[in-house]
Design a protein around this ligand. Structure first.
Ligand code: GMT
Length: 381
């Protein structure tokens, strides 16, 4: 198939999923064309079968807001025409599904069919999309999509109730490449690599996100402070975003800044994750929680919150520990109990890896997308 993919190319789970999907599809022999305003950050170099098309957005003094969605629709139609695309797959409904709808209509006039699939990821449904200024058009674009997928049952249900959507939505969970996200099997090698981050014997806690308010990075620092009071530990903060400075200030105020390391945005998080003992994900809301899945595949259990789609991913007490939002004391206590009980921690590490392999491995989930594309193409005629 020749597939056009549109996503937010900057830091964020939906862009990561879209990019990894494109890479996996290309590896299966499909031709993938990314269409977005900049190259997706995990797309390094030119892999075989992958092409990138930038969307130029010209400005004009009259425009207070340059119309990206229109420029995107034009580019989608052009790319589809020039490269004989079979379908478009847009990630995050706002505004991508609306642009795809326009592109489909533009090409229909010339007799070319361009069905599109919308994948719903999170705040496009649970927050931004519910804003009255977007809701009617997003609802329309979801209804009109040739196919709609959601990354969790939770998000599918939210779409039906929040948007009064009557069409079918296919739940296709997020996935991880279990060969790329994998534990370091040789314990001596792992111990040696951990020395980059911490003294031998120190626990390593990690957080990975785009540091938006929904991620509650300040809670991450609070949890760590309680843990670090009891045992030697280091916190590695991977990513960047609006709440980074608040977290940095708190680490200074609490006098733990020497043990809290803000390493910024990293391209190869798969190299860092296996070095951690635990991932902290105290989010306000997660429709899925991709970072926790990536960590699970690397045998790193998460201390997280019982919100949204997280319980569909993390089996509380088996592959991680879940708590109410904001309960930093309980999360710290849970982390301490695991760090002090190596047997329980190891059982959780193994169970997490097994779950990632059995339910969320790209080798299982990507074919699900391919089958779904085929059914959409068949219905589109
Ligand atoms: O919905 C968002 O806030 C953005 C989106 C993103 O691009 O990071 O995050 C969502 O999609 C991820 C990938 O599917 C999920 O792992 C996240 O749980 C989800 N975020 C929220 O639901 C807050």
């Amino acid at each position: 198939m020749r597939i056009g993919i549109t996503c937010y190319p900057t830091y964020g789970g939906s862009g990561v999923v879209a990019t990894e999907l494109g890479i996996e599809l290309a590896a299966l022999g499909h031709e993938v064309h990314f269409i977005s305003y900049s190259q997706p950050f995990r797309l390094s170099g030119r892999d075989d079968g992958i092409f990138y098309h930038e969307v130029p957005v010209s400005s004009y003094p009259l425009f207070e807001f340059p119309p990206y969605d229109l420029a995107l629709a034009s580019r989608m139609a052009e790319v589809a025409e020039f490269n004989q695309l079979d379908l478009l797959h847009v990630h995050y409904a706002i505004p991508h599904s609306v642009s795809a709808l326009l592109a489909r209509q533009m090409l229909a006039g010339g007799g070319r069919r361009l069905p599109f699939v919308t994948t719903l990821h999170g705040t496009d449904i649970t927050l931004v999309g519910l804003d009255r200024c977007y809701l009617p058009i997003i609802r329309y674009a979801i209804q009109e999509s040739d196919g709609v997928t959601s990354i969790s049952n939770y998000l599918m249900e939210k779409t039906i109730t929040g948007f009064d959507v009557t069409r079918e939505i296919e739940v296709i969970p997020n996935f991880v490449n279990c060969d790329v996200y994998a534990p370091i099997k040789d314990e001596a090698k792992r111990a040696e690599a951990r020395k980059r981050l911490a003294a031998p014997g120190d626990a390593i806690l990690m957080h990975l996100s785009n540091f938006r308010p929904v991620k509650r990075v300040v809670d991450v620092v609070k949890i760590f402070a309680l843990v670090a009071r009891e045992l030697p530990a280091q916190l590695i903060m991977v990513g960047d975003g609006p709440d980074r400075s608040a977290a940095e200030w708190l680490a200074h105020d609490l006098g733990i800044h020497a043990r809290v390391h803000f390493v910024g945005k990293l391209e190869r998080v798969n190299e860092l994750l296996p070095l951690a003992d635990l991932l902290l994900m105290p989010s306000e809301l997660e429709s899925f929680g991709l970072a926790a899945l990536e960590a699970m595949a690397c045998k790193v259990p998460s201390i997280g919150t019982r919100v949204g789609g997280v319980p569909e991913l993390i089996d509380d007490g088996v592959t991680g520990l879940l708590y109410p939002v904001g309960d930093v004391e309980a999360m710290a206590l849970g982390a301490l109990e695991l760090l002090r009980d190596r047997e329980r921690l190891n059982a959780m590490r193994d169970a997490g890896r097994k779950t990632a392999q059995k339910r969320f491995c790209s080798s299982l989930v990507v074919p699900h997308y391919v089958r779904y594309y085929e059914s959409v193409l068949e219905k589109a005629g």
